[in-house]
Design a protein around this ligand. Structure first.
Ligand code: GAP
Length: 461
């Protein structure tokens, strides 16, 4: 592990200062736990999504993409169980009105006092008793005056319709998965896919989280990258194991340090699930879930079959056997992964002469800009703009001609640009440029017409 101590505060400051992420509705004082991705943040996140899509859709002949609607028929959420049980146990402090999750209060208390208590295994009554017996106080005002625990549904509600009497309650989807389940047969029919095959999608999800926070870690609006494998039950456990490894390899290949990643197998499973695990990452706030892999048995399709009245059976083209497929789900939050990658990439290096540089060591494939074009002096800008126009056809490029070259290198280091192309007087003579490597700071000289191929080969994922 690197020596720099990475804190959430340092990451947040860099993000705000360099245009990765801004607080949502900033000029109105923000809007709690919403974030806007700025010019370099949107590139970073798009590149992460592209890398995921490439790995799990483009390079997989049995995977098909989907982009389903955010608003779905409300019956979907009855079938999925979200209206009945997608909730957290909440308590309100009667003194200062803070709302807390009872399970989180117990977890924090247990961590502090080295107790082996798992709130997931407790009923609401047991949690209530624990909080009273151990006098767990409100973390905000320090008083112990809690309302009883009540289940709080996390789905955002809105209404659809043009007249007040005629409106219907609808929900913003709390996960993208259901779009993949309800389209299972549409995709299968139109692609003629045979089991096992997968449906993947990337899209926004919304959750009215009781305790959001820690920057991008837990927000009320976020993007998920989800892939549902549909298979015969006898192949499901093998596929589950395969996806644990593939999910881990993906984040390692993107640059997360293997020592900061671990599997966390779930002890408590949903009644229908045969296995479930998270991959956890060591964030500055400690070990936390990065993604999940779930063996969901035939639960989802059987529920949609029951609630929609439509058969969800797959017919084997060879044997004519009809089966309800089992689902192995792989789900990862794009924003949470971006946060992990920001934390991993961040470094403060002391240079010869004692100066410190902040550098983001992103994998070149996800770096916001691949190349920065920097004329050594302003009177070289015409040639530099020519080089910029040439390279911008192939990659996202930055162009900067203000300030000393050293300062410009530092700015590019802070946004993680892997290559700086410098235009100097020799460029006018022989059409060659220098290319500086972000990580080693070493420079080589190349003819302009070889730069694109050089960079392309370095940014492959
Ligand atoms: N369809 C399964 C599902 O939604 P989940 O564990 O609730 O499972 C999957 O969510 C992933 O989505 C998480 O591992 C995390 O990366 C991301 N995620 C969930 N809630 C989030 C939130 N409030 N803010 C940011 N990311 C979140």
């Amino acid at each position: 592990m690197k020596e720099t101590k990475v804190t959430m505060e340092k990451i947040l400051n860099l993000c705000k200062g360099r245009g990765f992420v801004f607080p949502g509705s900033d000029i109105y004082g923000g809007f709690a736990n919403t974030w806007d991705f700025g010019p370099v943040g949107v590139e970073l996140k798009n590149n992460v999504k592209k890398a995921w899509w490439k790995r799990f859709v483009q390079e997989n002949p049995n995977a098909y993409g989907l982009d389903a609607a955010i608003l779905m028929n409300p019956r979907v959420w009855d079938a999925s169980g979200h209206t009945a049980s997608f909730s957290d146990p909440k308590m309100d402090c009667r003194e200062c009105k803070t709302r807390e999750r009872a399970d989180n209060l117990i977890e924090d208390y247990a961590k502090k006092h080295n107790l082996n208590v798992v709130p997931d295994n407790m009923t609401n009554e047991e949690m209530q008793n624990f909080i009273d017996e151990h006098k767990i106080n409100c973390p905000k005002c320090g008083k112990h005056n809690w309302t009883p625990i009540r289940q709080f549904n996390l789905m955002f509600e809105t209404s659809r319709g043009v007249t007040e009497e005629g409106t219907n309650k609808v929900y913003l989807r709390p996960e993208t998965a259901q779009g993949e389940y309800v389209n299972f047969l549409n995709v299968q029919r139109t692609t003629r896919a045979k089991l096992p095959f997968a449906i993947a999608q990337i899209g926004k999800s919304f959750r009215n989280e009781i305790t959001p926070g820690n920057f991008l870690f837990r927000t009320v609006e976020f993007e998920q990258m989800e892939l549902q494998n549909f298979c015969k039950d006898e192949n499901a456990l093998d596929l589950y194991k395969e996806f644990k490894e593939r999910a881990l390899k993906f984040v390692e290949d993107l640059g997360l340090d293997g020592e900061k990643l671990r599997f966390h197998d779930h002890d408590k499973l949903a009644h229908y699930a045969k296995a479930a695990c998270d991959i956890q990452y060591y964030f500055p706030i400690g070990w936390q879930e990065l993604n999940g892999i779930h063996h969901r048995s035939t639960w989802d399709l059987s529920r949609h079959q029951e609630y929609s009245g439509k058969s969800m059976l797959y017919t084997d083209p060879v044997t004519n056997e009809k089966v309800l497929p089992t689902i192995i789900e792989y789900s990862i939050g794009a924003d949470r992964l971006v946060l992990a990658l920001l934390c991993e990439a961040y470094d403060e290096e002391t240079l010869e002469g004692g100066e410190t540089r902040i550098v983001m060591h992103f994998h070149p494939a996800i770096a916001p800009y691949k190349v920065a074009v920097l004329p050594l002096q302003k009177n070289l800008s015409e040639k530099a703009k020519e080089v910029y126009s040439l390279l911008a056809k192939d990659f996202m490029c930055d162009y900067d001609e203000s300030g000393s070259i050293g300062k410009r290198y530092r700015r590019e280091d802070e946004i993680g640009t892997p290559f700086c192309v410098t235009i100097d007087f020799d460029t006018l003579e022989n059409n060659s440029v220098t290319i500086r490597d972000r990580d080693t700071m070493e420079q080589i000289r190349l003819p302009i017409n070889e730069v694109s191929a050089y960079v392309s080969q370095k940014i492959k994922f």
